[in-house]
Design a protein around this ligand. Structure first.
Ligand code: DON
Length: 304
C-alpha cells in the first residue's frame, strides 16, 4: 500500500518532470553532459523512514553539498571559536565562486562559498588519519553507507579549478590558510567529487534535522553545537546570492550543489533531497528549487 506521502511525491514528480529550464554545469567537462531527464525526490524522517520517487538510487557528485558537512567536521575538530577566527558567518550575497574576502584580514564571508569551504578543509584535523579519509568517513556516517570518491571527476576538477586555486593562494597570502594550499585544494576537490544518490542526501539532511544523530544507524555523527551552527549558516548563506529569495519562498536551511543535488532541513522533523542536473543562474537545480517550494508550501514546512 502506498502511503499518502508516496502518492503526494508521485504527483509532484509528474507535475515537475516536464520543467525544461536551466543548463547542466559547464565548469567541469565531466559534468556538462549529465542527463537532464533524470529527476528524484527523497524525504527522510528523523525516525529513519525514507520516502522516495524517481531516480533516487542514481549517483552524482555531491559538489557544494559537501560544504556544510565539512564545516560541521571542522567545528567538532577545533571548536566554534577557532573556526570563527578564520571564517565569518555573514551572507556574502555573491555567487559561490566569488572572491568574497574581508578587505583587511582576508577572512571569507562564510563557509558555504568556495573561499570559506576551502578554508574549512584546512581546519580539519590531519594528524593520525589522512584528512580526506576523515572527510569521507564523516560523509559516509551521515549517509549511513560507505560512499566513494569519483577519481576521474576529481582529476577533472583538479585540472580545471583555476579560480579555486587562485582563491586558495589568496587565502594563504592572508594567513587564513596557514599551510601549503595545494593539499588543501586537493582535499577540497576530492570532497566535491564524492558520489551520492538522492536517498543518501535525504539521510544526510535528516542527520542534521536529528541533531547530528544518523536516524537509520543511530550513530552520533556531529555534535548538537556543530549542527546548530551549520544549520544557521545554511539558512543565511546556503543558497548564495539566492539565499534571501529562497528563505522567503521555502523557509528552510538548505544547500545546493552544481552536481544537481539540493538538500533542505526541517530541524526535528525531516531531511529533504532532490536531484536534477539542470541549474539556474545561482548554480542550483531548477527542479530542485521548484520541488522545494511546492513541498514547503503544501506541507507547511516554512519555519519562519
Ligand atoms: O568548487 C566548485 O566550484 C565546485 N566543485 C562546486 C561548486 C558548487 O557546487 C556550487 N553550488 N551550487
Amino acid at each position: 500500500m502506498r502511503s499518502p506521502i508516496d502518492i503526494y511525491l508521485a504527483d509532484l514528480y509528474d507535475d515537475l518532470v516536464g520543467l525544461s529550464a536551466g543548463t547542466t554545469y559547464q565548469g567541469i567537462p565531466a559534468m556538462a553532459d549529465a542527463d537532464n531527464s533524470k529527476f528524484a525526490i527523497a524525504m527522510a524522517t528523523v525516525d529513519g523512514h525514507v520516502y522516495q520517487i524517481g531516480d533516487a538510487e542514481l549517483e552524482f557528485s555531491i559538489q557544494s553539498i559537501s560544504k556544510p558537512f565539512s564545516y560541521a567536521l571542522a567545528l567538532d575538530d577545533i571548536g566554534l571559536d577557532a573556526v570563527d577566527e578564520k571564517i565569518d558567518v555573514e551572507p556574502s550575497g555573491d555567487a559561490f565562486n566569488e572572491i568574497s574576502l574581508a578587505r583587511n584580514t582576508g577572512r571569507p564571508a562564510n563557509a558555504m562559498i568556495n573561499a570559506g569551504a576551502i578554508t574549512t578543509i584546512s581546519l580539519i584535523r590531519d594528524r593520525d588519519t589522512p584528512r580526506f579519509e576523515r572527510i569521507l568517513d564523516h560523509f559516509s556516517a551521515a549517509a549511513g553507507r560507505r560512499l566513494k570518491l569519483n577519481e576521474s571527476l576529481y582529476a577533472s576538477e583538479a585540472l580545471t579549478g583555476h579560480r579555486n586555486r587562485a582563491l586558495a593562494y589568496l587565502l594563504r597570502s592572508f594567513d587564513i590558510i596557514e599551510t601549503d594550499p595545494t593539499p588543501v585544494l586537493e582535499d577540497y576537490f576530492r570532497a566535491c567529487s564524492v558520489m551520492v544518490n538522492t536517498h543518501d542526501l535525504a539521510l544526510m539532511a535528516a542527520t542534521l534535522a536529528n541533531g547530528g544523530t544518523q536516524p537509520a544507524t543511530g550513530v552520533q555523527v556531529m555534535s548538537k553545537d556543530a549542527v546548530q551552527r551549520t544549520l544557521s549558516v545554511m539558512t543565511t548563506c546556503g543558497m548564495y546570492d539566492d539565499a534571501g529569495a529562497w528563505i522567503a519562498a521555502v523557509g528552510l536551511p538548505a544547500k545546493s550543489g552544481v552536481g544537481g543535488g539540493l538538500i533542505a532541513v526541517l530541524p526535528g522533523q525531516l531531511g529533504l533531497a532532490i536531484y536534477s542536473p539542470a541549474l539556474d543562474e545561482h548554480g542550483s537545480s531548477v527542479r530542485g528549487v521548484a520541488a522545494s517550494e511546492r513541498i514547503s508550501s503544501d506541507m507547511g514546512l516554512h519555519f519562519v
